[in-house]
Structure formats: C-alpha cells, structure tokens
Design a binder for this molecule. Sequence first.
Ligand code: UDX
Length: 463
Amino acid sequence: MNIAMIGTGYVGLVSGTCFAEMGNRVVCVDIDENKVDQLKNGQLPIYEPDLEHYFSRNTSEGRLTFTTDLAEGVAHAELIFLALPTPPGEDGSADLSYVLNAAGEIADLIANEDDDRYRLIINKSTVPVGTADRVQNVMEEAGLQAGEQFDVVSNPEFLREGVAVDDFLKPDRVVIGTSSEKAANMMTRLYEPFVRQGNPIVVVDERSAEMIKYAANSILATRISFMNEIANLCEKVGANVDKVRLGISKDHRIGRHFLYAGIGFGGSCFPKDVQALHRTGRQNDYNFKILDSVLKVNDQQRELLAERVIDYFDGDVSGKKVAIWGLSFKPNTDDIREAPSHIIIRALLDAGAEVVGYDPEAIETTRRVFGDAIDYADDMYSALDGADVLVICTEWNAFRRPDLADVRDRLAEPVIFDGRNVFDPKRMAEMGFIYSSIGRPSLPPENDEAAIETALSENGQPA
Ligand code: UDX
C-alpha cells in the first residue's frame, strides 16, 4: 500500500520503517530540513535497537523515502498517517495545533487534486478523545466529503522505547478506531501481516480508540505508583517488595509485568498521558481521583533518592561527589524526557553536591540539558573515582553484574543508593557495602576485611 507518514519523530520513524519492511511504499514527511537531510544520508536521529537494520534495508531497496514536501507525500499515499507532536499546552492539555494544521494543509492539497481518490487520514499521535472528529471537521471545511473522499481513523501506537521495532512488528493488538467499514477494511489489510501470531485487530469507534490509549498508559502508570507505595510501606514494616511482587504476580488476574518498584516512571508518555486523562475528566466535570494520586506518588518517588542521599550526609552534601549510573528514563534508549535521574541530579545540584554521570547512550542528550553543570564519565567505572556515593537510576544490563571489588576500590566510601533494585541486599552487605534500595530491608554491612575480601572475590549475585 502507499503510505505517507507525516512527522518523523520517534513514532513516525519506527512506524514508517516497519510499514516499509512489510512491503509498503512509505514516504516520510517532516518540516525539519536538517532532519530530512540526515535521514536521506542514512543517519538516524534517535537511538533505537534494531531500527538501523530495517531502516538501511528499506531505504536502500527504495520502499522508504524522506521529503520536506507535504504535497509529495499526499500525492503518493492512500493512507496518510499523522505522527506529530502533541505537547502539553500551558494548562496541561494536549496542544493539537500540529495535528490540526497538518490536517488543514492535507485537506487543501486533496481538495485541489483533479481525481477523486479516497484517502484515510490516520491519527497515530496520542490525542484527546474527540480529536478524530475535529480532524474530520477540518477536512470537511476544505470542502471534502467524509466517506467519499476521505475517512478519519484513530490508530494509537503502543510502542515501548527500546523495543519499539519489535513491538511494532509483533503487536499484542492493533487498535483501529473508525465508524467506516471501508476504512476498517483498508486498515485491517494493512495490519494483517503484523498480527499473524494470532493477536487481534480490535476495531472500535474513534472515541473508544482514543480512550484505549489513555486507559492503557494510565493503568500501567497506576500499577507502578501502586507498587512504589507498597515498597515504601514495606520499608516501614520490614517486608521486601521483591518478594511481595513475586507472591502477587502468581495470581493470573494480576500477572507479572509492570510491578517493579523503583524511582518512578518517566518518559514521553506516562506522565503526559496520565495528566491529559485527568484533565479530560476535569473538562467533562469528572474528577478522576486515582490519577491525581498516581501523579503525586510519582513526583514523590522521583525525589526519593536525592532526599536519601542528602539525609545520609546529615543534610549537607556541599562538596560531596555523587556518581550517577543511568541517565536515560529507562534502559536501551537515549531518551531523557521526564527521566527520574534528571530530577535527582537537579535536587543534588541545588543542594550543593557535585555530580558525575555515566550512561551507555544518554550522555549527549543529558549534556544538552545540564551542560557543564555536571561532569560526564567515559565509562561506568571512572565515574566512581573519588565519588562519595553511587546512585543507580537506570537498570542498564551493564550495571547488573559489575566488578564490585573495583567499584569498592574506586568509591571514597562503599555507599550505593540503588533506585532500581539491581543488587541483592544480602550480598551487598557481605561485600561491605552500605546499600540502600527501594522497598527492601537494608542490612548492616560486614566489617571484617577478610570476610569482605572473600565475598568480593566471589562477587556473583544470586539470580
Ligand atoms: C510507554 C508504554 O509502555 C507504551 O505502550 C506507550 O505507547 C508509550 O509509553 P515507554 O515510555 O517507552 O512506553 O516506557 P515503559 O517501558 O512503558 O516504561 C515507562 C516508565 O515506567 C519507565 O520510566 C520505567 O522505568 C517505569 N517502570 C516500568 C517502572 O518503574 N516499573 C515497572 O514495573 C515498569
């Protein structure tokens, strides 16, 4: 099928590439000339595992092309996807100006064509309930007839950064929101190759599709905030949140995913979408109370490690050097949007600490935010040289089995605050670390050097 992908951000680029991989001809359109030049030269503006492989293959085989010319994309395509930013406006609600302006330009282009081709205008961006209707109004205002010349479809994405290509190629489900049978058939044909594992294509009305996206992200965010509250309470009563998680996850009604306590959720979706759904409630005279708490708990959780570090130094961290492992909001991405690490760094800097950060991918993106206010290490070990404490903010695999003897040697004091529970508290205590994690008892560190040496030489962590 012939597709135009309007917007080559994270979602547009992954979606366009994966549609091309299934044999469709995809023209990606973006107003950013530099980005389009970069893409034409074979360079990806984001880090996403596997994307490069599919991107190279499909560009070299001519199924995936890039342009700044919207008219070229519209002339090419029967399926026109909008994958445009919907940033929070001043009042927190999603700013739809990119989506609606693009719809207006597309409508004018279609209205001026000679033929009467039928088009689908498909919303991929996360947009408030009712946006499909607004896009339809824009199209109709240009004199186009719904059902004849176009239909509007809501087709939310559920891509997780870091595994987005896999999520796109093998989705748990595809949600298609449309009240037009013709549109539903075209969309089903497009997505059939992606759901051959037997996963469903769920066809619903536009408003339900828009709500599905917010409901999915909000329930996932709620699970995280809920587990973070359980973790906080575990600490107070001497229980262990990891064991609690294991116990509850065996109940098939609960399941095992998204129950990891930590330092709160970040990223471009959860904080924004939970807030937007809460606002939708308000706008419709409904106070969605749980969501308010989900956000408050998350704000509190993202501050937690900075508070603990400051408390550890009796309220005075001036001149203390804090090493941070993990700057991205989660592993396998260079994305730092709403990253808990950044909130922790800011709080530590405000309190007068020195910060040195290391991340396998997110140093450059972090440098754009903090500039010279913090130092950046070339590797995870050199970040520790002379640091008074190590704070773990992202659970990159490389941090899971480090050489703890080396870690201990390099730190001025063997103190670790772990926001992602990557180590076993018992083993850390045996190796002489003062080790604090989330929702698990902290044990007093071993102080017999011979015992510490033995434990360090074994080093491995029980699974
Ligand atoms: C999310 C949704 O999963 C995806 O479907 C949607 O389309 C976009 O938003 P993403 O933002 O890439 O994807 O990240 P995700 O893997 O969902 O994690 C979000 C945040 O929650 C991260 O900060 C992560 O560290 C945190 N998290 C996740 C936890 O704290 N505990 C968990 O158990 C799971």
